[in-house]
Design a protein around this ligand. Sequence first.
Ligand code: NAG
Ligand code: NAG
Ligand code: NAG
Length: 415
Amino acid sequence: MRPASSAVFSSLTLCWVSVVAAAENSEAAIPQKLPPQSVFIDPRSFAVLNQNGPFRNDTFNQLFNPTSTAPPFFQIFDPAFLTILGPNPSFHIVASNDTFAFAHEAPIFVSELDEVFFASNDGGPLGNSDLNHNNKVGKISMKDVDAAFQSLKPGETGKAFQVPVTELVLPDTIQMTNGGTGPFKSSLVLINSGRGPLPPSIALVNPNPPHNATVLLDNFFGRQFNSLNDIKVHPTSGVFFFTDVTYGSLLAFRPPPVLPNQVYRFDPMTAEVRVVATDFNKCNGLAFSADGKTAYVTDTGANAGLQGNDFTAPATIYKFDVDPTTQTFLNRRIFAYVDTGIPDGVQLDTAGNVYTGCGDGVQVFSPSGTLLGKFFIGSVSANMVFAGDGRLVIMGETKIAVAMIAAKAVKLSFP
Ligand SMILES: *[C@@H]1O[C@H](CO)[C@@H](O)[C@H](O)[C@H]1NC(C)=O
Ligand SMILES: *[C@@H]1O[C@H](CO)[C@@H](O)[C@H](O)[C@H]1NC(C)=O
Ligand SMILES: *[C@@H]1O[C@H](CO)[C@@H](O)[C@H](O)[C@H]1NC(C)=O
């Protein structure tokens, strides 16, 4: 839900290859040989740019690509990223459409079908959706993606594929889907921003035709939500947690907001709904650690939709403890502030590394908050999902990129 970044910040000239890094593991040295499609950039190589240096003054439109490498590529800032990539990673565009941001949000992997579902941009650039037009939910088959990667010659880079994208026909209770997770009891969990007077909602959707849906929640004690944004199922309790934020109004497809920007808890068994975290500028993506004890919530305040960007507002990931009895989010602290765009969707791997969709692709932070590296696509990514171990599917608005890597997926499905 933000303007696509265009200009690539590329005028730094750096000596970056053969220096020992200030590593996450401080003993680790840079290996002699980096994996294909990767660059290592030692933070010490750009700590001083000098008086007439190529400083960036626009986090949304100037990307940090000092090596001017052609995307997609792996941008490594810490050797610990090599463990995530593994010895032989591969990174390609698998589908694209220059005129339609078909792959914005709500990525969901259904392992039984080996398919990834996603939603087009709702109300933002190239979304082909607005007050009068709903957005679309589509899917790709990971079998097609695997076949594409298998067709590559050893070490081949830079090839873009066009796997088939199938659009779903959904019931009209589903309006402006902006988030998704699961499957929950074999259904997709879609969270929808609503459109005009049509209420935002959380719904279960059959991943198989006829894609029938059951709406679980569409109000807070009779009051419509502003525009529901993103959702996760708590991994050990099966309770839903979701964000509500003002983007529907800021993108002119929803009425003026009537609630604060907050994180809610919804028990799908009892339908009890309550607030678990507040005091955000614009809460957005959320994720849990595999044990359910830690929550991450992004704040994308720096992007205010049609009201423009405010570089002084948050582009920030907060970390919380999940209270074991009430599941309230406690002890908010800063986890990361991102260097480019805003951190939108957020996902974890089994090692607890935190992946977030930003203005230049997917950025990956260690559990202690060190920026390890980026899946650099050169433009906005709002979210991503592991399609099982080692297959990272990156939503890139007008494109989908897939990275075949070593990292393993945390389970998002329930039960
Ligand atoms: C950034 O700097 C350029 C060149 O000096 C200038 O044209 C542009 O307006 C600046 N942008 C912002 C957001 O300050
Ligand atoms: C791109 O999206 C437009 C709008 O939905 C559609 O008409 C067109 O067929 C798509 N092109 C490709 C190559 O999928
Ligand atoms: C879809 O319909 C089938 C058959 O009636 C039902 O068993 C299933 O629960 C429905 N799924 C959803 C998500 O509504």
